[in-house]
Design a protein around this ligand. Sequence first.
Ligand SMILES: C[S@@+](CC[C@H](N)C(=O)[O-])C[C@H]1O[C@@H](n2cnc3c(N)ncnc32)[C@H](O)[C@@H]1O
Length: 317
Amino acid sequence: MDQLLAALRAAAETTRLRILALLAKGELTVGELVTILAQSQPRVSRHLKLMCDAGLLDRFQEGTVVFYRLADAGVGEKLHQALVPLVPEDDASFVHDLKALSEIRQGHFDKAQDYFRENAASWDEIRSLHVSEEQVEAALLALQGGGKQKRFLDIGTGTGRMLELFAPYMNQAVGIDVSREMLAVARGNLEQKELENCQVRRGDMYKLGVEAGSQDLIVFHQVLHFAEKPAEALREAASALAVGGKILVADFAPHTEEFLRSEHAHRRLGFADEEIIHLGEQAGLKCSAVKHLVGGKLRVTIWRFEGLSSGPIVGKE
Ligand SMILES: C[S@@+](CC[C@H](N)C(=O)[O-])C[C@H]1O[C@@H](n2cnc3c(N)ncnc32)[C@H](O)[C@@H]1O
């Protein structure tokens, strides 16, 4: 009862309700909330602390940046799930907040697009500075499960390297990317290598535009750290997965290289196993393998997910 009353009290205030409604759209940093709400940082921080203490929000620090998101357990979760749909969509403050949020997101998108535009031709080279590609690719192939599969979807295909890697094992391989420049580079690569079972198209990881339950293998290779809403991206991928299909996520383990955020448009400085596994569970997926690849400045981890109906859970390596 005390917990419920504390959570109710924490939610019962205009700014705090606005914060709940905003975070329902995706995780945000304290700086972003300050910009959207147009209130001082100490004031916003006070609201956030109160809501975290009451179990409505979770806070996590990554390098110099603090993120907030809606709690995903306990009374707090149930309460925000009940409250957020009741916030009137035409409320003037909320309309203002949504507009400011979309401007912030557009800013991130533009920054990432500029980055990809500038780096499209040399991305393969930049990537090789961070990790041993051969090791990662061998591990990805080992984790895919073998045998010829029908349909492969490469989310955030970039230069199309994952299409090239998996094409021999697939009947049909499609790469999607939001960046026209990246797609142009990928098309050039695929044509040059005469990979006739591969194609690329413009698409968004949050709205894949493929038939539900149609894909046997889906890969996110060095893509999720750009995502504002990694949970939503995994959910969208999960709904595209065929029965018995697999999702491979390759990304950095948590790191402290802030320059990747400031200069290379990364949103997240890597992911801990617990976080990705939890996001997968929320998307209705179970993690069936985790592979840590040590070597290089940034460590790479590969997480393999499957639908809840298939196979036993395999351990970590
Ligand atoms: C670091 S590159 C990785 C490319 C590729 N997966 C590889 O391993 O070579 C990240 C790619 O994700 C794409 N991307 C970023 N946000 C995206 C989104 N919302 N939907 C689809 N692709 C996106 C970028 O345009 C970029 O090509």
